[in-house]
Design a protein around this ligand. Structure first.
Ligand code: FE2
Length: 416
């Protein structure tokens, strides 16, 4: 028995054709024009675009919605943000983190995101951020897939207990293991931290997502270490290098050599254009660097790169609406992805490519037999969706309608 029938939609992969989509037992059971199915619920999409849901591949839910606490970041810099978070962190409770995380996830889901990877700071003895986000993962699992990365924000070797804390976090149930090699005390500690992350991932069968070279220093070269480990251990698709902003500052001779190594390693990348455009390049006068990784070149070389928000209204970024269409639009501009194929690629970076990063691609996509997770938009195609920051009209999760949004109405008050 079909539980939900969507009429008159246009698939994002074939927007010229009107189709109906039948859903039963949480799965897509049929996609074809003019389906005839007995069902309790019918939604007439009236030509809306149908897309797989958005994938938020990099966010910090533990700090989300704390902007202005205890004060606003007046300089907008990384360092003032770290100082403010150091103060705000003292008053974290499980309820505090859980309540903000759920509110943020609802903000994301209402705008079409149903898959999220969040980092959780594991550098405090209490492990409150991690425990709270693991509880949230359980609480939301009926309508959203949340992955939690154990993220040693202060480094693994900067404090004698941090390596132990990271392993504890993995035992508690983190989906992925994180790191921050460029923030370790020495280059050697940074390299060692990467070896440690890969060892733990092997031992506990976990994914890897490392904050890698998020700095303007053209000598910050931990990406090559991550790529080498992934190549030697044959685990590239399970590994993500997040940010890699220094890649935008490397000299071309080194960058071209590195690109060849990255293609062998087959690791994933996440760029966060909103936040890195504002945080990087701060020590430059002019010319001022954009502070982003080589998004276009990584995509052109066939590497999997997705986009993330990183921060939503936290000490580092006062803004953040939870719209991945806004993130994609910023990537289009900042990375000069203005060709038609490049624009479409930016849409893929918040959908399919994000699913690759999260290693959830097997259960993702608009096809018969797949879980019925999809969104409908007021847009002609993927490019128009980015251009217009299209309204997400329906969000369908696990086969049932989760959120719907009315079409905004513009009413002219004068005859023109
Ligand atoms: Fe981050």
């Amino acid at each position: 028995m079909v539980s939900l029938l969507l009429r008159h939609g246009r698939l994002i992969t074939d927007p010229q054709t009107s189709v109906d989509i039948a859903i039963a037992d949480g799965l897509i059971t049929e996609i074809a024009p003019d389906l005839n199915a007995a069902t309790d619920q019918i939604i007439d999409l009236e030509g809306q675009l149908v897309s797989p849901p958005f994938v938020e591949s990099h966010i910090h839910l533990d700090s989300a919605l704390t902007a202005g606490q205890p004060r606003w970041n007046q300089s907008g810099t990384l360092f003032e943000g770290i100082e403010l978070w150091g103060e705000r962190k003292q008053s974290l409770t499980l309820e505090d983190v859980q309540q903000r995380a759920i509110a943020t996830l609802k903000m994301l889901a209402s705008q079409g995101t149903l898959f999220v990877r969040s980092h959780a700071d594991v550098s405090e003895p209490s492990q409150i951020p991690l425990k709270a986000l693991l509880a949230v993962r359980e609480e939301v699992k009926d309508w959203l897939t949340l992955q939690v990365v154990a993220f040693p924000q202060d480094g693994i070797y900067s404090h004698p207990d941090n390596a132990q804390r990271l392993e504890e976090a993995v035992k508690l149930g983190a989906d992925a293991i994180g790191g921050i090699p460029h923030y370790e005390l020495t280059r050697e500690d940074g390299v060692q931290s990467i070896h440690k992350i890969f060892d733990l991932a092997e031992q506990y069968d976990r994914l890897i997502d490392i904050h890698c070279d998020e700095i303007d220093d053209d000598q910050s070269r931990f990406l090559e270490v991550v790529a080498a480990e992934a190549t030697r251990r044959h685990c590239g698709p399970r590994v993500t290098a997040s940010h890699t902003t220094a890649f935008g500052s490397y000299n071309n001779a080194y960058a071209f050599k590195l690109m060849g190594f990255l293609k062998r390693a087959k690791i994933n990348f996440v760029a966060n254009p909103l936040i890195n455009l504002t945080l990087q390049g701060r020590t430059d006068t002019y010319p001022k660097r954009r502070g982003l990784t080589r998004v276009k070149e990584l995509w052109q070389n066939g590497l999997n790169l997705s986009l993330g928000s990183d921060c939503i209204q936290d000490p580092w970024y006062n803004l953040g609406s939870g719209s991945l269409l806004e993130v994609a639009s910023m990537a289009v501009h900042a990375c000069q992805m203005m060709g038609r194929d490049e624009l479409t690629a930016c849409y893929n970076m918040i959908t399919r490519f994000g699913a690759n990063t999260l290693n959830v691609a097997d259960g993702y996509g608009l096809a018969v037999g797949q879980p019925a997770n999809l969104i409908t938009l007021d847009a002609d195609d993927a490019i128009a969706a980015i251009r217009d920051r299209a309204t997400i009209r329906h969000v369908i999760s696990r086969g049932t309608l989760l959120v719907s949004t009315s079409k905004p109405e513009i009413s002219w008050q004068r005859k023109i």
